[in-house]
Design a protein around this ligand. Sequence first.
Ligand SMILES: [Zn+2]
Length: 307
Amino acid sequence: MTVLAVDVGGTTIKGAVADPDGRILHTLTAPTRADDDPVKAVRSLCVQLRDDAVRLGAVPVAIGVVTPGLVDDESGVVRYAANLRFRDVPLRALIGADLELPVAVGHDARAAGVAEAVARGLDDFLLLPLGTGIAAAIVVRGVPLAGATFAAGEVGHMPVYPGGEACSCGQQGCLEVYASAGGLARRYARLSGSSGVDSQAIAALVGTDPVARSVWDDATRALGTALASLTLTLDPARIVLGGGLADAGDLFFTPVRDALRAALAWRSPPPVIRSVFGARAALVGAAVMARREAGLPVPDGWGAPAA
Ligand SMILES: [Zn+2]
């Protein structure tokens, strides 16, 4: 009783075959823009993944596919995904016809929240993967919130510095301008004149390079401010941070926790902890969704990386 999981990103599509205990038996990666047709690229990866699973002697019973953008998980239609140039793509119907399997379609950040919820046995928390951009999973009583127009969790575009630097979305002073891995690298390049320095390298320079120190402090302060607003709105039991910046450990978490505490006067902040997953959270979430689609149980701890 294996399931197939697919995480469609702007650059690559990742596929996996997951066994009943949540172990990944096989993975497959393909460029999203092969033949300049991302829908075709997703469909052919799904077929290849199913064929690989059968060759391994596994019997896939369902598939979960997650994408960025505005995803209607009930109808299985991706309404809009700018990076993929998807508009009203009926992914569930297309893949269901290709594979003749039950298909769950979902949003990548919400799927990452599903994976984190199952892996840790958490019910009420916020998950913010700090990658190229920042989108949050808002998990309430075990279910990630989709919103009225499937656009909940776009916290990367919360204004944190009014009148601040321009964001690619058209607003100014957005959180992800300052606190995403991509934004940090762009600001460092502009202020230092040295391009090609990524967030990991900037973290290593914080002790010796004043520009690195300054963009790092802006990032952690911006995030602390945004987390204060989110805490006051949602009262989460935990805030879970993932992605490249979280890999910096205490250098990152200590100032973020301090900024969050400083912004809240009358209530205590929730614990801010690190995601148990690396870049695989959304893929594991897609596997969880596939199991649920097939009516299979998903016990706490399913899919969590071995300690
Ligand atoms: Zn923005």
